[in-house]
Design a protein around this ligand. Structure first.
Ligand SMILES: Cc1cc2nc3c(=O)[nH]c(=O)nc-3n(C[C@H](O)[C@H](O)[C@H](O)COP(=O)(O)OP(=O)(O)OC[C@H]3O[C@@H](n4cnc5c(N)ncnc54)[C@H](O)[C@@H]3O)c2cc1C
Length: 358
């Protein structure tokens, strides 16, 4: 019998394996042929500045964004995680947006975050000459960075395996039985006995939870995000991640340089029924283009090499849902991990460890 069976090998499952492997036996089950083939690599790959992850978006999200950002700042290179520590600009285009930028700054200071500051339009244009000429200024967010999220998971896998963790790919969890001393997990390849289950199945977390819970305490509300990818030929067009002023629902359409030299443009945010439909649409991609044209000029669309869609594992719960099951307390829900899940992942894993051992 294994101490901890983790379902799902995205960034969350991988970080939890990394955190738990030194304290007990770990098996991780992933239905795809490799780690992080779903949400974790179909996103903006940003380690967000915690300035933009305010508590109204969810108390855990805001707290874990601070702790997660700090983890990447301090440990990414030492662990072998490829990151691009390029910072971000939050761009204001009107006086009203400039007032919002100042409000973000005040809010951040009240939360103990002191590294952001206001920039004039002139200072921003010197750093990023391809911003639109009509900008008013904005915020400098120096702790934002991007991570190679596939390599991140593979790095965590290596560290977890060094402590004896087992990772099983190409194996889907099909059913879970509750037993006297834990659980029996049936997969497409076999059967596992486990004392604890950690449900890190992303957009399928509700499906997995319904295998043990009479009433799953959240409902999945998937939201698609569409992107263009520019080739490394576009390198130098922009340097920092560029954000428009976020609205109440989304952070808007961004320009996001990556550690491998590519640049991502996106994402949109649209509700969809399907958990798996990731086909790009003209409507989505046109919305990306329109958003980008509002922010920057001389857009090198001739260097587009790809488009893709990521599906956010959003639920109807107002925050990440990370709790023990009420019905079966050794089953841990790690659900509703939409943005900023990559940023928060190190802190989520530590929280799960504490939750299990409380
Ligand atoms: C458009 C978009 C933009 C985003 N941008 C950012 C950003 O810039 N910064 C940030 O911090 N966060 C961002 N996020 C959020 C971030 O990507 C997610 O929070 C994070 O990747 C969630 O990781 P996960 O491991 O929970 O999910 P996933 O990566 O989806 O992993 C879940 C895994 O479970 C597996 N699985 C499912 N069912 C089963 C089963 N039955 N048996 C076995 N395995 C199973 C899946 O195959 C999958 O690999 C974004 C998300 C999206 C969609």
């Amino acid at each position: 019998m294994v101490d901890y069976l983790i379902i799902g090998g995205g960034v969350i499952g991988s970080f939890i394996a990394y955190e738990l492997a030194p304290v007990g036996s770990v098996s991780l089950i992933e239905k795809e042929s490799d780690l992080s083939q779903v949400q974790t690599t179909h996103n903006s790959a940003l380690v967000h500045s915690p300035v933009l992850i305010t508590p109204d978006k969810g108390e855990l999200k805001a707290k874990f964004a601070i702790e997660g950002n700090r983890f990447y700042q301090e440990h990414a290179e030492a662990l072998g995680i490829p990151v691009l520590k390029n910072g971000a600009f939050l761009v204001a285009k009107t006086d009203e947006e400039m007032a919002h930028a100042k409000a973000y700054l005040e809010n951040a200071k009240a939360r103990g975050i002191h590294d952001a500051h206001i920039l004039s339009a002139a200072a921003m244009m010197i750093a990023e000459p391809n911003l639109k000429d009509d900008i008013k200024g904005g915020l400098n967010l120096p702790t934002a960075m991007t991570a190679d999220t596939y390599q991140l998971s593979k790095t965590l896998e290596r560290h977890a395996k060094a402590h004896g963790a087992m990772f099983y790919m190409n194996e889907a969890v099909m059913d879970i039985e509750v037993t006297a001393d834990g659980f029996t997990v049936h997969t497409t390849n076999g059967t596992y006995a486990a004392k604890h289950i950690i449900n890190a199945a992303g957009v399928f977390a509700e499906t997995i939870a319904s295998m043990v819970e009479q009433d799953v305490p959240y409902k999945t509300r998937p939201h698609r995000g569409e992107y263009y990818v520019l080739s490394p030929q576009a390198k130098g067009w922009v340097h920092k991640t560029l954000f428009p002023m976020p609205n109440k629902i989304t952070k808007g359409i961004l320009v996001i340089p990556q550690p491998d030299g590519t640049i991502r443009l996106g994402p949109t945010s649209t509700y969809q029924e399907s958990l798996t439909d990731d086909t790009p649409t003209d409507e989505g991609l046109n919305a990306v283009k329109a958003g980008i044209e509002d922010l920057v000029k001389h857009i090198p669309m001739d260097t587009v090499i790809d488009t893709y869609v990521g599906i956010r594992a959003t639920t109807d719960y107002h925050d990440f849902y990370i709790k023990r099951s009420v019905e079966h307390p050794n089953f841990i829900h790690v659900a509703g991990i939409d943005s900023p899940g990559v940023t928060a992942a190190p802190a989520i894993a530590q929280y799960v460890k504490t939750l299990i051992h409380a």
